[in-house]
Design a protein around this ligand. Structure first.
Ligand SMILES: *Cc1c(COP(=O)(O)O)cnc(C)c1O
Length: 446
């Protein structure tokens, strides 16, 4: 429940459970919920009974607008889209957030405790967290988002829920400022203990875990474990693609993982040129990927350095001091066995939306468009199925879609059709830790 560890590092499992080929083969034909149970159970151990855990999974995905939960759609020969936007907020983050909402609620009810959830968002995490926790008795939710830098649909999804335990907070700054405030808040142990702080950002281990499931469900649909599968992931904080890496560590035969980035391309520079240096953050038409420091990348580094905590501590300290981080030859070579990367700016991305629309009449959201092109440009083998993660519904990002020549705002699904009529409610705060903390203390329900 805590998210960030007290020593400033990130939680990782001591050992990664693996699945045998037979166990993976046995997932074929199962429902998403059944696959979720089989894949996550070894990590959950006896925290929940089997029946309890199955119940939490069932509740988490019951509100999705598609019976397959994560359906595959074919885009081109041996190139598939994994639609991860059928949850309540139309982005893949619902997969993890709905589940940890259920798990936390269950654990809190059992212990009689209460918590304060805090999250920083570049757009989609915030609404997903609010949807997962709105109206819960034992939880207050505070979401920090960069003022004026999220799409209108994203903002309205965060600011229109009327429940009194939901607090949307626009911070005068960018996403990295929000994320830094969050990190500092967790390192202020007095504050952390006073308000019972819990994190649901993409560093939360439960979120990473829930995202592993759809790598298995899609790969098995395409013939795994008897056939390898590759994935492309539009990447920001490296959470979603790290789940793909974890799936491969668990035994899923993953041939290649492609990192797609927008102009905020630190990961692309790192993989392609060993240049993990900080640049100025730019605002793009794919705002959920406007991230300079990908916090889950540290988990990857830990493995690339053979789980040497001291070495990672030194690397991260150096990065904090110099704004630069060079991988060892060994680590880079290992990373490149699995990962390739590609970067698209807004103009290139918009052309991809237009091109795919013209050739298939499929409307991509801007994040997915980056993935599609990254897959086309860097896939190594045509004979291995490529699955591109479709991370959001195009209706969330009308500006990008219109720039691609689409003649109207893509329609919102039924359950959100009145979003623009609902009343908004949010506070604006200076980018200053103490002010944000005071706001939280004042607004936590007693
Ligand atoms: C969050 C998000 C991403 C980036 O995912 P990470 O796990 O942060 O790498 C990509 N696309 C969309 C639509 C998102 O909401």
């Amino acid at each position: 429940m805590t998210g960030l560890a007290r020593d400033g590092g990130l939680y990782v499992p001591e050992t990664v459970p693996t699945m045998t080929e037979d166990e993976i083969a046995a997932l074929a034909g199962k429902s998403y919920e059944e696959i979720a149970f089989a894949v996550m159970k070894p990590f959950v151990a006896d925290t929940f009974t089997d029946e309890e855990f199955k119940g939490l999974i069932a509740k988490a995905y019951a509100g999705f607008g598609h019976d397959a939960r994560a359906p595959l759609v074919q885009l081109a020969p041996n190139h598939f889209l994994l639609e991860l936007f059928h949850g309540p907020t139309l982005a893949f983050k619902d997969f993890a957030m709905q589940l940890i909402g259920q798990m936390m609620q269950f654990a809190l009810a059992r212990s009689g405790k209460r918590i304060t959830i805090v999250g920083a968002t570049s757009g989609d995490t915030g609404s997903a967290a609010i949807e997962a926790f709105r109206g819960l008795d034992n939880v207050d939710v505070f979401i920090l988002f960069p003022h004026g830098r999220v799409s209108e649909v994203q903002r309205r999804q965060m600011t229109t829920p009327s429940e009194s335990n939901v607090h949307a907070l626009a911070v005068d700054g960018d996403f990295d400022d929000c994320q830094a405030a969050l990190k500092d808040m967790f390192n202020d142990f007095d504050f952390r203990d006073e308000v019972h702080l819990a994190g649901v950002n993409s560093i939360n281990w439960g979120r990473v875990l829930a995202q592993v499931v759809y790598y298995f469900s899609s790969a098995v649909s395409l013939g795994a474990p008897h056939r390898k599968v590759s994935f492309t992931v539009p990447t920001g904080n490296f959470g979603d693609i790290f789940a793909g890496y974890l799936a491969s560590r668990m035994g899923l035969p993953v041939d290649q993982l492609v990192i797609g980035t927008n102009a905020n391309d630190i990961l692309h520079r790192c993989i392609s040129a060993n240049d993990h240096s900080l640049h100025q953050l730019v605002q793009s038409l794919s705002p959920s990927m406007d991230i300079m420091v990908s916090s889950n990348f540290e988990r990857m580094l830990f493995d690339l350095y053979d789980r040497d905590g001291a070495a990672i501590n030194q690397l991260m300290t150096e990065f904090k001091a110099t704004g630069n981080l060079k991988l060892s030859d060994n680590a880079l070579t290992k990373a490149r066995e699995l990962f390739t990367s590609y970067r698209l700016d807004d103009n290139e991305m918009v052309r991809v939306i237009a091109d795919v629309w013209e050739h298939t009449e499929y409307l991509l959201d801007p994040h997915t468009a980056i993935g599609v092109e990254a897959a086309r440009k860097t896939r190594r083998r045509q004979d291995i199925p490529m699955v591109c993660l479709a991370t959001a519904h195009p209706a969330k990002f009308p500006e990008a879609v219109r720039k691609a020549g689409y003649p109207q705002d893509p329609p919102l699904p039924h359950h959100m059709a009145d979003l623009f009529e609902r009343e908004e409610r949010y506070a604006v705060q200076d980018n200053e830790l103490s002010a944000v903390q005071q706001f939280m203390k004042d607004n936590i329900r007693k």
